[in-house]
Design a protein around this ligand. Structure first.
Ligand code: ZN
Length: 284
């Protein structure tokens, strides 16, 4: 969303609310978030009551937008804009003059919705695939590269000219890597990796496997994994700016980077606003 459109929707709380409601209720038809029944009664306080189960709800009930923190619709749109522009949580709080804790919750909510959509496509990666692992975290001394102590191994799969899928893994043993590959990559795809032995078994699982020998020549025709190496530097450059990410939160950041990369040609703002208006799962 460009700034002109953004300014239009953030003119007032009313317009901002209208923008977000557009993602919540198709053709303005309200239904009960609990039982999905369409008939409901208006209450004096602006809420509605389900005619079937008697559940009372408002326009944003049980959606991410009202799940974890109380922000006006206008402030939500502002948070999304600043998040889209990769402004830090602390700076967003300063800019909006809202407490750090509230903004932290809001930004975490955005990241959780991204995580909830991470396997959205459900379509397997296919065609020409690059695969590689990389190590993240810590500025600790010690080995660099494979097996570096205290670092989190991340396994990456990239569809050339397409999507990327990254996952923090407990280890980089052959069975771990193979398990993820089978889950995410269509059989028969051409898989490019480097000469690390964990990839040797790919050929037995129905993949065409080609190995890059970094030692000999960096890129030999189509046999390279430069796409994924590009993603690693993209991700690391961003993570360095957010110094000190706890290991528990790391997968959340990783999925955010995957999301930004995979939607790099789309309107991230609109996608996030839509995610935010989703129902929180496991409603019962
Ligand atoms: Zn109901």
């Amino acid at each position: 969303m460009n700034l002109n459109t953004y300014e239009y929707w953030t003119k007032s709380e009313f317009t901002a609310r209208r923008y977000l409601l557009g993602f919540c209720w198709k053709s303005h038809q309200r239904f009960c978030p609990k039982c999905r029944h369409r008939k409901n009664y208006h209450l004096a306080n602006g809420k509605r009551r389900c005619a079937r189960c008697g559940y009372t709800f408002h326009d944003f009930s049980h959606r991410w937008i009202s799940h974890n923190c109380r922000l006006s619709c206008r402030d939500w749109l502002r948070v999304i804009k600043l998040f889209e522009l990769e402004i830090s949580t602390r700076k967003i709080a300063q800019q909006l003059d809202i407490t750090y804790n509230t903004i932290y919750k809001a930004v975490t909510t955005l990241r959780v919705t991204i995580l909830a959509h991470a396997d959205d496509a459900h379509s397997l990666l296919n065609g020409e695939i690059e695969m590689d692992e990389s190590y993240f975290g810590g500025r600790r001394k010690g080995n660099r590269g494979r097996g570096a102590a205290g670092k989190v191994p991340v396994f990456g799969i990239l569809e050339r000219n397409g999507r990327v899928s990254v996952e923090a893994v407990p280890n980089v043993k052959a069975e771990t890597v193979l398990g993820l590959t089978v889950k995410k990559v269509r059989r028969g795809s051409i898989v490019y990796t480097d000469k690390y032995s964990i990839y040797d078994t790919l050929i037995f699982c129905g993949y065409r496997h080609l190995q890059v020998d970094h030692g000999k020549h960096f890129a030999m025709g189509k046999v390279y994994i430069n796409g994924l190496e590009g993603f690693w530097s993209y991700a690391k450059e961003r993570l360095i700016k957010r110094h000190g990410i706890s290991p528990e939160r790391f997968p959340l950041y990783l999925k955010e980077l995957e999301f930004r990369y995979n939607h790099r040609h789309e309107d991230i703002y609109q996608i996030l606003a839509k995610y935010l208006c989703d129902f929180v799962p496991d409603l019962s």
